[in-house]
Design a protein around this ligand. Structure first.
Ligand SMILES: [Zn+2]
Length: 432
């Protein structure tokens, strides 16, 4: 399964400016580790396949653990498989600072989504070791289990287990594509379901969390910046909308007597894009899934089901968008004399990043002579889950063409190393 001439290390170093390797931070080390991780679950198209709870995810964790030990971190693992590499602070009784991400991937993913965050956090510990610096607070590099959720179609599993946000009645009922139950898959990795639900950590031991992640968008590219500040993590809300009219023969029903569910749905879908912008500059709404019944060429559609995905970084504005979209659905139904029912099937609380944390992030960027630009994260991350309970912040690193969850995912080593410098500066400013 080895891709010919695969050498991420060489590819990364090709355009690297060695001037970024200082203060104990090493671009070569970061590149060699990104390369070593990329070889675990490498696909024929040069992508990454390390599903949550797979042997590849385990191998990737074990490899990072070996590096954590080399960096003199004390390694522990909780009963959900989350890995922590801890550097004891000068005042070990103070709550610790945490940074990290995940090492699992989607079935045909890239080599930066997740690993860059884990290795950036580890690089900070390496840099301190090299400079002989011991922080006041303890510092932990964390690998969260199964962030992508590619196996069981849910995700953020490790961070939800650590914060006690797992609902055992839902989790235990999940099956993967092969029909295997969650408990069965867990057993393969040496974990138990019972232990998994008890992985909740005493969060008073933690002061704050910060995650470095590739942007998965094009804003930083447009701004010509290597690193940016995440202003907030959008919480998705899913609204299931069903229009019900009456199915009838396409030839025999006069136009004036129709109750066409798809015409009403079409009117509604056409209006959705105007709604988020009327509420907030960061809100978005998408109809990406739609089913027509009975779906025959010569039958008037009697029923249309769709899901509207609505996101914003503030709960209040997100919910206002939801209300306006619900109203638009009712209006479209009334206009075409059909029925409309609506149900919110998913509602995740958005995480706005606290102003004091953003202030320190801005300072960290400015110390690198980088213009501090803020952008929302439309996608969910472990920082979103942790941010429901603890002060959490995120830094985005530029992704080429915004491509992600794809073998073509790319972040230059210059940008990655700039991200480590900013992260280190930020953590040091949090270490009070
Ligand atoms: Zn990720």
């Amino acid at each position: 399964m080895q891709t010919e001439n695969w050498d991420l290390y060489k590819k990364l170093l090709k355009d690297y400016s060695m001037e970024y390797s200082y203060d104990g931070i090493s671009g070569e080390r970061l590149a060699s580790r990104l390369h070593a991780l990329s070889e675990i679950g490498l696909t024929e198209s040069g992508g990454s396949r390390r599903l949550g709870f797979s042997k590849e995810e385990r191998q990737a964790k074990d490899l990072v653990i070996s590096w954590m030990k080399k960096a003199d971190l004390a390694v522990s693992e909780d009963s959900a498989g989350n890995v922590f590499g801890r550097l004891e602070g000068r005042d070990p009784d103070l709550p610790a600072l945490l940074s990290g991400s995940h090492v699992d991937s989607v079935p045909e993913g890239g080599h930066f989504d997740g690993p860059l965050g884990v290795l950036s956090a580890l690089e900070v510990a390496e840099a301190w070791k090299e400079m002989g610096y011991q922080p006041k607070r303890s510092y932990e590099v964390v690998i969260f289990t199964d962030e992508e959720g590619a196996r069981f179609n849910n995700g953020l599993t490790g961070s939800r287990a650590m914060t006690g946000e797992i609902d055992p009645s839902i989790q235990s009922g999940l099956t993967d594509q092969e029909g295997r139950e969650f408990a069965e898959v867990l057993a393969d990795t040496g974990l138990t379901e019972e232990g998994f639900y008890k992985a909740e950590r005493n969060l008073s031991e933690v002061a704050a969390f910060v995650e470095v992640h590739i942007e998965q968008g094009v804003r930083l590219e447009q701004e010509n910046l290597p690193v940016g500040i995440v202003s907030g993590i959008a919480g998705p809300s899913w609204l299931e909308v069903v229009f019900t009219g009456s199915a009838g023969h396409a030839g025999n029903t006069p136009m004036g007597e129709r109750r066409d569910a798809l015409v009403a749905a079409g009117e509604f879908v056409r209006n959705v894009p105007d709604i988020p912008v009327s509420v907030s500059g960061t809100a978005v709404a998408t109809v990406g899934k739609l089913k027509v019944f009975p779906n025959g060429a010569n039958v008037i559609p009697g029923r249309v089901e769709m899901v509207v995905d609505i996101r914003d970084i503030e709960e209040e504005t997100r919910d206002e968008v939801v209300r306006r979209i619900m109203k638009a659905a009712e209006n479209a139904a009334a206009l075409y004399n059909v029925e409309c029912t609506q149900q919110q099937t998913l509602k995740v609380k958005p995480v706005p990043i606290a102003e004091n944390l953003k202030y320190l992030l801005r300072e960290a960027l400015e110390s690198r002579r980088l213009r501090p630009v803020e952008m929302p994260s439309g996608a969910g991350h472990d920082a979103m889950i942790v941010g429901h309970y603890l002060p959490a912040a995120m830094l985005f690193v530029r992704s080429k063409d915004g491509i992600s969850h794809n073998p073509a995912e790319w972040t230059s080593l210059n940008d990655g190393v700039q991200g480590v410098h900013v992260l280190k500066k930020y953590i040091e400013s949090m270490d009070q």
